[in-house]
Design a protein around this ligand. Structure first.
Ligand code: G3P
Ligand code: MG
Length: 351
């Protein structure tokens, strides 16, 4: 049920006309904890999307999640929210900006880290999966004893990284947190150390980092289906950093993508501009549930970004939040635009 004051405000046609006339507002929606939680749609999310469409406000999704293609994610979300027409062009996953790396590493071998679907995602970006872009499971399958514990095999060809003529692995691309941390951490640290057999350089004495590392998401925790937030890719990277520091004596050099980094917000703006068919925005509202990723990233990106925190996810939902927006976070909003959107969002997420 809407609070009376908001219902009264929403009844005013001023907001819609104003937004249509200016047509310079864009909305970037986080996914987990904002429109869905685990396999459940968050109440009000569908209505919010309908309202955005009715008001002709261009919107896209920007999530630190990933592990499947943009098209799959768009289809899944559309089905979950019972909202037709979400397309891959509205979907910025944590690893979407990895796409240009396929060209950069076309002739060089890289290690792909992520969920089971990562091979498919990387293939869709243009990586030569299985030959130049390889999975740890391929290495474990083909390199005797590199990982001393039994693990499920994979469908991709086995690779013996210690066989003569095998190209060195020059980069580690962490698309998504893997299910099998132990296996991945072993193989990644061997790759970072290099040497022959792989990993030899890192045993004992200080080791140089022989491969670049790219990571798509620094969320330590995220709001999945379980009532308490779960470890995210940031936690996996944390484990990798600690292991590498201990093994090599040097901090891990890593290039981070995903929210809150500028690279992601630039990519989001580009995507939103394509959807809006204009790059002129007075405000772009980042609606998120994670102060460290969503709010911080938008605030750091500066004008025209505005941050709005909702309490449906990690920021409050799991900790007993009310489902209402969390006031007082956005500090740089203009009075008129910010007020309008706050009313709008308050309506969308009121319990
Ligand atoms: O793995 C997903 C997670 O880290 C957060 O996703 O949609 O809240 O950015 P999202
Ligand atoms: Mg979130």
């Amino acid at each position: 049920m809407f609070r009376p004051i908001l219902r009264a405000q929403l009844a005013q046609p001023l907001m819609c006309k104003c937004m249509q006339r200016r047509n310079r507002i864009g909305v970037v929606l986080d996914i987990d904890g904002v429109v869905k939680q685990g396999k459940r749609a968050i109440p009000g999310a569908r209505e919010a999307l309908i309202r955005l469409r009715e008001e002709r406000v261009p919107f896209i999704f920007m999530t630190n999640g990933g592990g499947n293609t943009e098209a799959q994610k768009a289809a899944e979300l559309g089905e979950l929210l019972e909202f037709e027409g979400i397309c891959s062009e509205q979907m910025l996953l944590s690893h979407t900006p990895f796409r240009p790396l396929a060209e950069r590493f076309r002739q060089r071998r890289v290690l792909l880290v992520g969920s089971a679907e990562t091979a498919q995602v990387a293939r869709s970006y243009g990586f030569a999966v299985g030959t130049m872009a390889v999975r740890s499971t391929q290495i474990v399958k083909g390199t005797e004893d590199i990982f001393p514990w039994p693990r499920a095999t994979c469908d991709l060809p086995a690779i013996n990284v210690n066989a003569p003529g095998e190209p060195p692995i020059e980069a580690v691309l962490i698309f998504y947190e893997p299910a099998d941390w132990a296996l991945e951490l072993q193989v990644i640290t061997d790759v970072l150390a290099g040497g022959h057999p792989l990993g030899a350089e890192g045993a004992g004495a200080a080791a140089l980092q022989r491969a670049e590392v790219y990571s798509s998401n620094s969320d330590f925790l995220w709001q999945a289906g379980y009532p308490v937030p779960r470890f995210g890719n940031g936690a996996f990277v944390c484990a990798l950093q600690e292991l590498w520091l201990k093994r090599s004596g040097s901090p891990l050099q890593i290039q981070e993508y995903g929210k809150p980094y500028a690279v992601q917000f630039q990519a989001a703006r580009q995507l939103l501009s394509q959807v809006a068919k204009s790059n002129e925005f007075e405000q772009i509202y980042m609606i998120g549930d994670n102060p460290k990723a969503d709010v911080r990233g938008a605030n750091f990106a500066g004008d025209p970004w505005r941050s709005m925190l909702v309490c449906t996810g990690g920021a409050g939902g799991a900790a007993g939040g009310s489902g209402r927006p969390f006031g007082g976070v956005e500090r740089r909003k203009t009075k008129r635009g910010g007020k309008n959107m706050r009313m709008f969002w308050a309506w969308s997420f009121s319990p």
